[in-house]
Design a protein around this ligand. Structure first.
Ligand code: ATP
Ligand code: MG
Length: 337
């Protein structure tokens, strides 16, 4: 089977970590074909647009994109290209795994293996109805939650649990205070949960969730929540297990899915071969899961773990003296062994 994916090499450290990632994927012989497309600063310079139509068409056709971080220059029409992509493709699920990895400077070098599933299209986060009174004394914002939006994200979380063999979904909310919005989310989640008797479901209020995550993160498996809570919780989870260099994310819709690293373009180290490619590689692993290649995804994750364990060519952020490319080569060797 050949699968064509859209590849966006991006800005800053983007091209380096993408080359490293494709090196590993190529070595694994997955039958992937790449269609390269531009976005971000590179696209603005080459085509005069941050998000060219050809790039949109490529993603629409292939339905899968692997994307490096992008620079959104201020004053170029979009607040963020990433947010724009989410809107245009209705990428309603933001899926961020957080897993403990060996030899990383983190609070939890073992024991954490969870996924945050964040609703990506509604709630307070999208800033609908923002207004400031004329005298500047009163600010307002509309928080809209829909049954449809809640149902599809919760269903996504339960389906993901089934697909990946996970056992529990925790519904995170604030329905005791935000009775209308968070209340509707919780009520909808309870109804969806009854369709998945094979998956344990529990409910947790968001403030308690934050405390529990810091004290006993091993109790979590899949967390599903609304947009703003998910934004905060997924960063908290990345922090638990070693931060930016190891945090991947996926933005998933009905017609397209985009896989990426959570970190930005890191201009301070761009072009120096110092960038850690793991976050994008882990994003690629999520992509392989999504493409129905779970054994390959597992193989890739295990190769990353083994390379970290062996401290083989780790990049400077992990305390090593390897380069982006030599680290990737060390991972590729294990992924094909
Ligand atoms: P952007 O504006 O694109 O978000 P940024 O300056 O905020 O860029 P981030 O990418 O968010 O940069 O990174 C913050 C810090 O983490 C930087 O010092 C950067 O060097 C470091 N960092 C980020 N990603 C990586 C990586 N993959 N490997 C090593 N260091 C990284
Ligand atoms: Mg940043």
């Amino acid at each position: 089977m050949t699968q064509t994916i859209t590849v966006i090499r991006g800005d800053g450290i983007g091209p380096e970590i993408m080359d490293a990632t494709l090196h590993v994927l190529d070595a694994m012989n997955l039958g992937l074909q790449y269609e390269f497309a531009d976005a971000g600063l590179v696209a603005l310079e080459k085509h005069g647009e941050l998000l060219p139509q050809a790039t949109m068409d490529s993603i629409r056709k292939n339905r899968i994109a692997l994307k490096s971080p992008l620079t959104t220059p201020v004053g170029e029409g979009f607040s963020s290209i990433n947010v724009e992509l989410r809107k245009r493709f209705d990428l309603y699920a933001n899926v961020r795994p957080a897993k403990s990895f060996p030899n990383t400077k983190s609070r939890f070098p073992s024991g954490v293996d969870l996924i945050t599933v964040r609703e990506n299209t509604e709630g307070a986060y999208i800033g609908e109805g923002q207004a400031l009174s004329e005298d500047g004394e009163v600010a307002t914002l509309t928080q809209k939650i829909t049954r449809r939006g809640s149902e599809r994200i919760v269903r996504y979380a339960f389906e993901l649990a089934r697909k990946t063999g996970r056992k529990k979904v925790t519904v995170v909310h604030k329905a005791n205070i935000l009775k209308s919005t968070s209340g509707l989310f919780l009520k909808t989640a309870r109804a969806v949960a009854t369709e998945y008797p094979d998956i344990e479901c529990n409910e947790m209020i968001v403030d308690n969730t934050c405390m529990q995550l810091v004290m006993r993160p091993e109790q979590f498996d899949i967390i599903v929540t609304t947009n703003l809570f998910g934004d905060i919780i997924s960063d908290l989870c990345a922090g638990l297990v070693g931060g930016l260099g190891l945090a991947p994310g996926a933005n998933i819709g009905t017609d397209a899915a985009i896989f990426e690293a959570v970190h930005g373009t890191a201009p301070d180290i761009a072009g120096q071969g110092k960038a850690n490619p793991c976050a994008l590689l882990l994003g690629a692993a999520q992509m392989l899961d999504h493409l129905g290649m779970p054994e390959k995804a597992t193989k890739l994750r295990e190769a990353i773990i083994a390379t970290l364990e062996a401290k083989d060519n780790l990049t400077p952020d992990l305390g090593g003296t390897g380069t982006t490319q030599s680290f990737a080569e060390a991972i590729a060797k294990r992924a094909t062994a």
